[in-house]
Design a binder for this molecule. Structure first.
Ligand code: G3I
Length: 305
């Protein structure tokens, strides 16, 4: 096939992009999205501050734009994200424990019910572990007030809200085997052993010279898959340019394809100019939507041409 999405589909996978609602009106942005990708993740529009900035007052307008665009094109949607320490409105952090628990479960239930039947996979909990060697949980209102059990509770609430969506844990710096990914691994293993509903683990895969594609990337994906969950590459971007960047991108795609439970890849943006990395060129399309060498490497790795 001649596009990323169709080539991935021929391998039983999806190939998605993070999308911002306010770019959908740009003709080249929309046409590149529609031509090349068969999945989307709203980049910011489903985050807590975007949908429930005021308690129990839900605003889905921007997220709905992306979901209806995707549905019109037959694209999968990854929901991102329900419980995260960042982009969290101030009122959430001000709640005492019992009220916070109610608010967390209400947020999950309301948002998932609104999108019931329309979401392929939800990032139920995002970035709950610290970087570094401790393997400890990251401080957040949820962690600090509800304790370790909040993640399990979030997943149980999520399953009850939409039993048709895959429920994922998503994090960064967990792409290779290290203390942080070991901690996530142990949590997933425990969840599977105890029947806590979890279906997938997302590996964000934000790579640069300080954080290159790990040599044990595929092995790390595989060890999670061996626990009985799907794995997905959820926020891929790789700093650099030219053939070096292309080689790295190709290697990431090959690693996913080598793991049968790696169900898809999402790049974190379409043209370089809209990357969250304000400087740099980490994506597959340049600022004029020309295909970069990295694009060609991804397409080739997917078996397309
Ligand atoms: O919405 C406001 C707007 O009202 C205001 O005028 C404008 C001025 O700065 O800011 C807008 O908010 C920005 C928001 O993106 C929407 O554009 C925030 O400042 C900005 O911080 C925010 O950045 C996002 C970031 O998450 C926040 O943590 C990036 O776009 C987004 O790509 C990034 O994505 C995260 C994933 O969700 C989780 N993993 C890491 C990844 C990269 O940081």
């Amino acid at each position: 096939a001649s596009t990323l999405g169709a080539s991935a589909a021929a391998k039983g996978r999806y190939f998605g992009a993070a999308v911002a609602a306010n770019h959908l009106g740009e003709a080249q942005y929309a046409s590149t999205l529609d031509t090349e990708f068969n999945a989307v993740t709203p980049e910011n529009e489903m985050k807590w501050d975007a949908v429930e900035g005021t308690r129990n007052s839900f605003n889905y307008s921007s997220a709905d734009q992306i979901v209806s665009h995707a549905q019109g094109k037959g694209m999968k949607v990854r929901g991102h994200t329900l419980v995260w320490y960042s982009q969290l409105p101030g009122w959430v952090g001000g709640l005492a424990a019992a009220d916070l628990r109610t608010a967390m479960n209400n947020h999950i239930t309301q948002v998932m019910s609104h999108y019931k039947g329309k979401i392929y996979a939800w990032d139920v909990v995002n970035e709950a572990f610290q970087d570094g060697s401790s393997g400890a949980r990251r401080s957040s209102p949820f962690q600090d007030k509800l304790g370790n059990g909040y993640i399990e509770e979030a997943f149980r609430t999520a399953r009850a809200a939409d039993s048709g969506a895959k429920l994922c844990y998503n994090d960064y710096n967990t792409d290779g085997q290290n203390a942080k990914s070991n901690a996530v691994y142990n949590m997933v293993k425990d969840f599977k052993q105890r029947g806590v509903p979890i279906d997938c683990v997302g590996f964000q895969s934000h790579f640069n010279s300080n954080s290159p594609v790990p040599s044990d990337y595929q092995a790390n994906l595989q060890r999670f898959a061996d626990l009985g969950v799907d794995v997905q590459i959820t926020e891929l971007d790789i700093e650099g340019s030219g053939s070096a960047q292309a080689t790295n991108y190709g290697n990431v795609v090959k690693a996913c394809l080598a793991v049968s439970r790696c169900t898809g890849i999402t790049v974190w943006g379409i043209p370089d100019k809209y990357s969250w990395r304000s400087s740099g060129t980490p994506l597959l399309f340049d600022n004029n939507y020309n295909k970069k060498p990295a694009y060609d490497a991804v397409l080739a790795a997917l078996g397309g041409s």
